[in-house]
Design a protein around this ligand. Structure first.
Ligand SMILES: NC(=O)c1ccc[n+]([C@@H]2O[C@H](COP(=O)([O-])OP(=O)(O)OC[C@H]3O[C@@H](n4cnc5c(N)ncnc54)[C@H](O)[C@@H]3O)[C@@H](O)[C@H]2O)c1
Length: 361
């Protein structure tokens, strides 16, 4: 088993990575837990519910199952209330443990429910998508969406452990794998040049879910995210570099309508655009822009951005949560393995749009 430790002011906790880990989930439940709330959806439970129920059953503790509707559209107040309803109806107390078992949507909602229920109960992340395993389950950001904005209502609440079973990725659609790999590549770009080179060499094996390669990618991503989050739990500085590609990416997601492109696909394309902008403004080598483009293509993500119209692009990027004082804020790279946050004048974007936006996309 691979172990990664996360250290934050909000709590220290282990990330366990092991093929078959689902079958040992009972070992993650604290002895003093009075009950377990398993929060998931029908898609995940249909595939892995039995294994998890069996493992959690070995604890001998009462098990309450909360089955939420699947999808980003259901990351809402209504779903959150479904969790509270079940927990209250089953009189779960402050010592109950919530297990968030699913992709990032379940992890974010389960975590937020745990942050609020009785002013905060313990929870365990059991991420089942690649994006959730390498990104959303680590770091303690939890949230639901509001009709006026994604992830706008939430809390920082660290899990007591993250339990990762890479074997569950076998049932994930290939597009979801590619989207998760974009976040893996992101860590190399912002903080670890050798890891970026490793991704270049292993792109094929990653897409094919070759077990050893996949496990290393998850481990390294978790280590790098843990490193960033330990220095800046609440995103007052460094943590913002994790948003590489996200200002462009969010515009793509919102401009095409959420769900048309997966979040990771939009971030992948956004990283190509951020590399182009970095070349214009920070002297990021042109040859490395092509390396970024080639790798994003190799992991199966789009590299040509949709034509949203210049003004709409800028407007949508302005809606991004990371806007500060009206100027557009981007994470850019002076070189591979290093990232900085910087304000950019909208006029500087025109050349990037010309090189990255496709007419017919
Ligand atoms: N908290 C954070 O730091 C953070 C970071 C990044 C993203 N997020 C959030 O994560 C969410 C996206 O997460 P996601 O990409 O995991 O999407 P998701 O949770 O919607 O999962 C994608 C789909 O895969 C299904 N699925 C999950 N595991 C499966 C498996 N093993 N086999 C087959 N199907 C499976 C899900 O039911 C869903 O239909 C967004 O809401 C985003 O805001 C949060």
């Amino acid at each position: 088993m691979t172990l990664v430790n996360v250290t934050t002011p909000g709590g220290n906790y282990p990330i366990h990575i092991q093929s078959g880990r689902l079958g040992a989930l009972d070992t993650a439940i604290p002895a003093d837990a009075t009950a377990i709330a398993l929060v998931s959806n029908a898609t995940v439970l249909a595939r892995y519910g039995q294994r998890v129920r069996q493992a959690l059953g070995r604890t001998g503790k009462p098990l309450v199952e909360v089955v939420l509707p699947d999808g980003e559209a259901h990351k809402t107040w209504q779903s959150l209330n479904m969790i509270f309803d079940e927990l209250l109806q089953n009189t779960l107390d402050r010592k109950a443990v919530l297990v968030a078992f699913g992709g990032g949507v379940i992890g974010d909602m389960g975590g937020f429910a745990a942050a609020c229920y009785m002013r905060g109960i313990r929870f365990i992340q059991v991420p089942t998508t690649l994006l959730a395993q390498v990104d959303s389950s680590v770091g303690g950001k939890t949230a639901i969406n509001h009709p006026l904005g994604k992830n706008m209502i939430g809390a920082f609440h660290q899990p007591i452990s993250v339990e990762i079973d890479p074997a569950v990725l076998a049932t994930l659609p290939p597009r979801e794998i590619s989207a998760g790999l974009a976040e893996v590549v992101k860590y190399g770009l912002i903080i670890d040049a050798p890891f970026f080179e490793w991704c270049e060499r292993n792109a094929g094996a990653l897409r094919a879910l070759e077990p050893q390669v996949l496990t290393y990618a998850i481990q390294r991503s978790c280590e790098l995210k843990a490193h960033v989050v330990s220095q800046d739990e609440r995103e007052s500085g460094l943590r913002a570099i994790l948003n590489l590609g996200h200002t462009f990416g969010h515009a793509i997601e919102a401009g095409l309508g959420y769900g048309a492109w997966l979040h990771g696909e939009a971030v992948g394309c956004g990283m190509v655009q951020a590399a182009e902008l970095s070349a214009d403004l920070l002297g990021f080598p042109r040859a490395d822009v092509e390396r970024v483009r080639s790798l994003i293509e190799a992991i199966g993500c789009p590299t040509v951005a949709p034509d949203l119209g210049r003004d709409r692009w800028v407007r949508l990027m302005g809606n991004d949560k990371k806007v500060q004082g009206g100027s557009l804020r981007f994470v850019l790279m002076p070189r591979i393995g290093e990232a900085v946050c910087t304000d950019v004048d909208a006029a500087a974007l025109d050349a990037v749009f010309q090189r990255t936006v496709g007419a017919g996309v």
